[in-house]
Structure formats: C-alpha cells, structure tokens
Design a protein around this ligand. Structure first.
Ligand code: ATP
Ligand code: MG
Length: 578
C-alpha cells in the first residue's frame, strides 16, 4: 500500500474519552473511529488487524474440527422466551420491534439460535458430535461502555457451540476448544492464563476464562504461586475461618452512639473486626428495575470480609444482576425492623437472611441491635437467630489462603479475551433439542459453548504491546509487516530503490506499506511508530550505494544493510512469526 494514496487519519491529540493505552493508540493511529458511545467503525489499518485475528481464529477452529456458519444478529424473542433468558438477560439485551410489533433482539450471544438449528436438523446419534461456530457482530447494551474496544456495545465475537451425545463427549469437545484457544491466543502474541470462572447468565456448570494479564483489565484473577490454582475473583474461594472453640456468652446490648461502620464499631468497642458481623441489605425486584420490590434480603458476613455479589446471586438461585440492588434503608427498615448502620440478624422480620458459610462457626460476635446507636454483643448463630441460606459469599483478597494448598493468594488484573463453558443440557432441555440413540430412544443433546472477543483481543494485544510512541504489533496480527520510509520521494535514486524494495517484498508475500508521501522524515518516522508496523526499512542518503536502514519497532537498533539483505531479513522475520 502506498501511503500517498491511503485513507489513514492519525490524531495528534489524545481524545478526551480515551484513558487506557489501547483506546488511545487505536484512535490516534486512526485504526478505529467512534460512531457513538461503545460503537466503533474500523478504518483501513484497524480492519486489517481484525481480519488477521479472525484468520487465526478461523484456522485454529477449523483445525479443531469446528465448522463455520453465519447466523443473523437479528434474533426473534420467541427463542429467548423458550430458554427463559428474555427476562434474565435484562437491559443489556438490545431489544427491538418490527412494524407489526413482533419483538426481536440483536444477539449478544447465540445459544438459542444454534440450539434451534440443531434441534431441527439433528435427528440421529450418527450426526454427533458436531461443533458449529461463527465470527459475527454482537450487541450488548452495556451499562458502562468504556475503554474503546474493550467494553463496547457492538463488537466482533467468535462463538462456537458443541453438540455431543453425552457428558464424556462434551469433555472431549471442551478439551479441543480449550487447546484451540491456547493456540489462538499464543499466535496473537498474548500473555494469558486460563482461569476457573463463574458461568454467569449463560448458565451451565463448568467454565474457564482466558485472561490476558495487564494493568487495565476489568477482571481480577486470584492465583496461587505454590500450586496451580487460578480463578476469577467472581468464582475464587478461600477456606472458612476455623470454628471458634469459645463458650457462648450471654447476649447483651451496648450503646454505640454514632458508630455505624465496622471500622467505627470495632474502634469504639475496641474489638477486632473479625469479632463483628457485617450486614448488607438488598432488595429484589419482580421483573425489572423500578418494578415493585418483591423481597428484602439481609446478608451477614464476618466484619473484615467483603461480599462477593456473584456468589450471593448464585446462592439466591441465580437472580439476574439487574433484578437486585442495595435496599432503600428506610423502606426496608419499615418492613423488617432494620435500622441503617445498626442492622443485626437478631429480631429481623419479613426478610430472608443469608449468611456466609463461616458465620455459624464464629462465636460471640458483635452485630447491630436494630436500634439506633446500639449493638448487640455475643451474638451466636443457632441460639440467637437462624438463616434461610448459608453459602460461601466471600470475596477473596490478596493474602487469603489458597483453597487448594493454603498458601497466600495473589490477585492480578486481566482482560477476559475468551471463555469456554460446559453447558450440559440447559438449552437442549428448555428448547427440546434431542437425538435418537442406537435404540431409537430420545436423548438430550449435551452442549458446550465457547466465545472469543475478537475486537477485545485486538485491544488486549495493544495493552500488552505498546510503548510511549504507539502500539507494537506482533507480526501475526500487524496490519502490515514492513513499512518502507522513503526519506525524499523527489530524489530519483531513493525513489527507485524504494520501489524496487517494495515490489520485491510484496512478491515474497511480505505485506508492505510504502511511505512515499511528501512529508518531513520526522513525521514519517512518527507515523511508522504510531502504526506499530513491526519492521521499518528506511531508504535515504545511502540509496546510491544500495544501502537501507533496518529497524525493528520493538526496541530495535538501526542497522545498515544492503537492500537485498533487508529483503531476506524481512522475509525471514515474517516467515518465522506470521
Ligand atoms: P464481561 O464479563 O467482560 O462482560 P462476558 O463474560 O459477559 O464478558 P461472554 O458472554 O463470555 O462475555 O462473551 C464472550 C467473549 O466476548 C468475552 O470473553 C469477551 O472477550 C467478549 N466480550 C464480551 N462482552 C464484550 C464487550 N462488551 N465488548 C467487547 N468484547 C466483549
Ligand atoms: Mg465471559
């Protein structure tokens, strides 16, 4: 490509909304362009990167035996009603109506559509196993679209669905996908780690996320250096505190004027936070947010712990994220007797009580007295109150013991670039996807699903590969492999050598940009950096001797060599790293 003819618009200034390197550099390099919040267009160079990632994904999916199809992002509501997700998915689901009032959504994922295809086209065990995938635009009306391609409302996803006769078959399909993902992210040049994950709104029972480790990720991963445990903090566990051997002491009320938070109470009474019980109050809505509150929930955990809301929603039987919120304390108080800042489990009425699994083993805790400016001492589970649900609700923190080996856990940030799920029969059951086995008996198809955020992967690659001048694309996903910087386009000797180099590289399959613009060399060098092209060849003063400068974008020194040597070196680089 000749830059003099290319439609590429770089930006000098960092756009106001861009906070993280990938967002900044993709905008500044003119690779993406915002249409509205969370919706981007891909320009010349950006689209080439997307296509490269897609190609890697496609090659590895095909190699793993999956078959590519493509379905429409327009999905009828009926399918979502069948699976029960029309309601569960909440406001993230981008809903629309046609002129007849029929409801649709723009697909955020496609379990229903694929299950529908398979239930009508698969009849016999002979047709299984099957793995179908697509690389398609997805829509999610995210509450907080941000960070450019990382959390957008429209994005490219590869989604695959496996269909097996039984769980053992699913295990094999899942293992193949997991392996393909490892190859894909490795080829994209990412440093990543598969971690155990919560299965969220998609459902099912076993799941892992592939997390690209980096500073600005939105996912936290708890991991152990001693054993191999790694899990998202949504899912990670830490053992309960050992049960206390203390004798139960008599329940007693104490005045705690103005001491509302755990810190304030512990300081006021001069007790460790571990001896307090923290209350968190929620309300659950009937159908949508702003609908009548259907019930109140009081959650109690040890005072020094944090609540994991994903675990809470799971413990409540899978309450959708948009149907639960912190309670309006006044309204909740009127019904349950709770008093904001002084809520305890003793004497609460008309609300469900959910406690963390370690709470029953803790003795003589301090909890709110459900009276202004008062707490209770020596609160004990069983004697003083009971719970409706007891479940692990702890959010793990750095230093908490590893659930496998007990060593202190560490927390790392990352970007979830892909996720693999064992769905089991969740969708085949609700949507009636069956096959006939050898004995002509109907059996449910066992499913798995596997997503990769293609455009999010592009952002993750930049997060892990950039410097203060721009992105540094790995050869495998770079928009072009080589940029020839022609210092003086009006110098016939330089121009001739650059053209020769350009033709030679292209003929060898090295994707090359020729910067033949009438610009100052400084501008050209800056642009080569901002485009992030892995190799720059500069044709300048020594063109007469057939000598060019060779410089790798990643920290490389400038080396002089003959044009022939440069062609060989470039070809080799591309062959090795493509
Ligand atoms: P998150 O927890 O980040 O919201 P998710 O777990 O809901 O993501 P999945 O349903 O697992 O996402 O979707 C598969 C993949 O699609 C994710 O692993 C991620 O790479 C990508 N993805 C999901 N949401 C977005 C988004 N809003 N913008 C860009 N990519 C996304
Ligand atoms: Mg996910």
């Amino acid at each position: 490509m000749r830059l003099s003819r290319a439609h590429i618009t770089t930006l000098r200034e960092v756009p106001g909304e861009a906070e993280i390197p990938s967002h900044i550099w993709l905008l500044r390099a003119g690779m993406i362009r915002k249409t509205v919040s969370g919706v981007y267009g891909f320009m010349t160079l950006g689209l080439r990167v997307v296509r490269k990632i897609e190609r890697i994904v496609r090659e590895e999916m095909d190699a793993a035996g999956a078959q590519e199809i493509i379905t429409s992002p327009v999905q009828p509501a009926e399918l979502w009603h069948e699976s029960g997700r029309w309601q569960v998915y909440g406001p993230e689901l981008w809903r629309l109506k046609d002129r007849h009032g029929r409801e649709f959504c723009l697909g955020p994922t496609a379990e229903e559509v694929f299950t529908d295809i398979v239930r009508s086209e698969i009849t016999s065990y002979r047709q299984l196993p099957l793995n179908l995938y697509q690389i398609q635009t997805k829509y999610r009306d995210e509450a907080r679209p941000r960070y450019g391609l990382m959390r957008s409302r429209e994005f490219v996803m590869k989604d695959a669905y496996s269909f097996d006769r039984d769980e053992a078959g699913l295990d094999v399909s899942y293992a193949h996908m997991r392996e393909a993902y490892t190859k894909i992210f490795t080829r994209c040049g990412l440093t990543f780690r598969p971690v155990a994950a919560d299965s969220g709104a998609i459902g099912g029972n076993a799941s892992e996320e592939f997390t690209a480790l980096c500073e600005y990720g939105e996912s936290d991963v708890a991991y152990c250096d001693v054993c191999d445990m790694a899990a998202t903090t949504e899912r990670a566990e830490t053992p309960d505190a050992a049960p206390s051997g203390e004798e139960m002491q008599p329940l007693r009320e104490v005045a705690t004027p103005g001491a509302k938070t755990i810190d304030e109470v512990a300081a006021f009474l001069d007790i460790p936070k571990e001896k307090t019980l923290k209350a968190l109050l929620f309300e659950i809505y009937e159908d949508k947010e702003d609908y009548p509150v259907s019930e109140y929930i009081a959650v109690f955990i040890r005072g020094d712990r944090e609540l994991n809301e994903v675990k809470l929603r799971n413990a409540l039987g899978g309450v959708a994220e948009h149907l639960i919120a912190f309670a309006d304390e006044e309204k909740l108080g009127a019904r349950t007797g709770a008093v904001g800042g002084f809520t305890g489990p003793v004497g609460l009425r008309d609300c469900r009580i959910i406690i963390d699994s370690e709470v029953p083993g803790l003795k003589n805790l301090c909890a709110g007295a459900n009276k202004r400016d008062a707490h209770m001492l020596n609160v004990n589970y069983g004697r003083d109150y009971e719970a409706d649900i007891t479940a692990d609700l702890k959010l793990v923190r750095a230093g908490d013991p590893c659930p496998v080996c007990g060593a202190p856990l560490k927390i790392a940030r990352g970007i979830e670039v892909g996720q693999v799920f064992k769905l089991g029969t969740k969708y085949s059951e609700s949507m009636g996807a069956v096959y006939k086995d050898e004995n002509q008996e109907d059996r449910l198809i066992v499913m798995g699903c596997y997503g990769i955020g293609v455009t999010r992967t592009m952002a993750a690659v930049v997060e892990q590969n950039h410097d203060d001048k721009g992105p540094i694309w790995p050869v495998s996903v770079a928009p072009y492999h080589v940029i020839i910087t022609l210092v003086k386009p009006d110098d016939p000797v330089q121009a001739a050598l650059a053209e020769k180099l350009y033709a030679e590289l292209e003929s060898r399959g090295v994707e090359t940009m020729l910067d033949d613009r009438d610009e100052r060399p400084g501008v050209k060098f800056n642009d080569a950096d901002i485009f992030g092209i892995p190799l720059r060849l500069t044709v300048g003063k020594k063109a007469g001797e057939g000598v060019v400068e060779y410089k790798l974008r990643r920290g490389g020194e400038v080396v002089e060599m003959s044009a022939e040597e440069a062609v060989c070196a470039a070809t080799k680089l591309v062959e090795e790293e493509r």
